[in-house]
Design a protein around this ligand. Structure first.
Ligand SMILES: NC(=O)c1ccc[n+]([C@@H]2O[C@H](COP(=O)([O-])OP(=O)(O)OC[C@H]3O[C@@H](n4cnc5c(N)ncnc54)[C@H](OP(=O)(O)O)[C@@H]3O)[C@@H](O)[C@H]2O)c1
Length: 305
């Protein structure tokens, strides 16, 4: 089968090549998925799991991409809960070959059914951004209706989901980002917008939850805006700052079939809008994932037409 592979961490996304790889085989509790659409997160190439296995041994050439939609073509020994021919969506194991490929093996528990009326391209944009927002807001941030959320990067992949889910849940949402993204963030449901290059973050009144996707100085300033008992949730590594009287939490998103189902249902009924900027084929994936100009929104690789 055809797949994108990487072998050289220093080369970054420029080191991606389209290669011929062995057909994946299903192990216990796995399914093989014929991939229809895949998404790749550029920071994957900085994660150890792209380069080594769980014992730290080199696992290159490895195939990146950990979000997919597709159709189940085979079941491994003992696999339950999914059927051959079923449409699925999911977030795959960081330590296994990924989804920028014609087929992928995935543990069944990492997949959820994808209803027939949800397009494969839309579905592939949901797992990481949707699950990260869901887990950050509701599990780690323990958001309550009526609280306020500072959603950084509100026009980005995660931030757009944070903004929409927090609004739906009854929170007051202040979005942040680049000046050019103001309208996009407001369209996703932010009630106010802070242009981080030109406005003063310190002017924001106290908030109950900061959802950080940027880190550094922005995170440090944001920690000072958190009300007593509030939470800083960050997804860009161990917290560099803590609220004076609150919690700081960092986490890595996990697959969760029930949460994926909630997210897919919201995309289906229009409560969640996705943030797709470009769609390319697998043959064109290397170029699409090495853009020469800024692309606002996610790049989805449509592996099958
Ligand atoms: N721990 C986890 O489980 C997890 C899960 C998902 C994502 N992440 C991480 O979270 C981060 C965001 O992911 P994403 O997919 O949402 O990225 P994204 O789509 O690029 O969104 C980030 C948004 O924030 C904006 N932004 C970044 N730095 C900024 C700054 N200094 N001032 C103003 N705006 C700024 C970006 O604008 P520009 O495009 O103009 O820079 C973009 O709109 C990444 O580092 C990713 O690796 C972690």
């Amino acid at each position: 089968m055809k797949a994108i592979v990487v072998t050289d961490q220093a080369a970054g996304t420029a080191g991606m090549t389209l290669a011929e790889r062995p057909e994946p085989q299903a192990a216990i509790n796995d399914v093989v998925v014929e991939v229809h659409a895949s998404r790749f997160v550029p920071t994957e190439l900085a994660w150890p799991s792209t380069w080594t296995d769980r014992l730290g041994r080199d696992r290159t050439p490895s195939t990146p991409g950990h979000e997919l939609t597709g159709v189940v073509t085979a079941l491994g020994y003992g696999t339950t809960g999914l059927l051959v021919g079923q449409r699925v969506v999911g977030l795959t194991d960081w330590y296994r070959d990924g989804t920028l490929a014609e087929s992928a093996t995935v543990e069944a528990r990492n997949l959820a059914p994808l209803p027939g009326d949800v397009d494969f391209t839309v579905g592939a944009s949901l797992p990481i951004s949707g699950l990260t927002a869901w887990q950050g807001l509701f599990e780690h941030g323990r958001l309550q209706a009526g609280q306020s959320v500072l959603a950084h990067g509100a026009a980005g992949a995660v931030g757009a989901m944070v903004t929409q889910l927090a609004r739906e849940f009854g929170a007051y949402v202040i979005g942040t980002g680049r000046a050019a993204d103001r309208q996009k963030a407001l369209d996703f449901g932010a009630m106010e917008f802070v242009d981080l290059d030109n406005d003063t973050l310190a002017d924001v009144a106290g908030v109950d939850l900061v959802f950080d996707v940027i880190g550094g100085d922005i995170q440090m300033q944001s920690a000072g805006l958190i009300r007593a008992g509030g939470t800083l949730v960050t997804v860009v590594g161990p917290p560099e700052a803590r609220p004076a009287d609150g919690l700081a939490v960092d986490f890595v998103v996990e697959s969760d079939r029930a949460q994926l189902g909630e997210i897919v249902q919201r995309a289906r009924d229009g409560r969640l809008r996705t943030n797709i900027g470009n769609v390319a084929t697998l043959d064109d994936a290397v170029a699409a994932l090495n853009p020469t100009e800024r692309i606002s929104g996610q790049t989805i690789i449509r592996v099958r037409p």
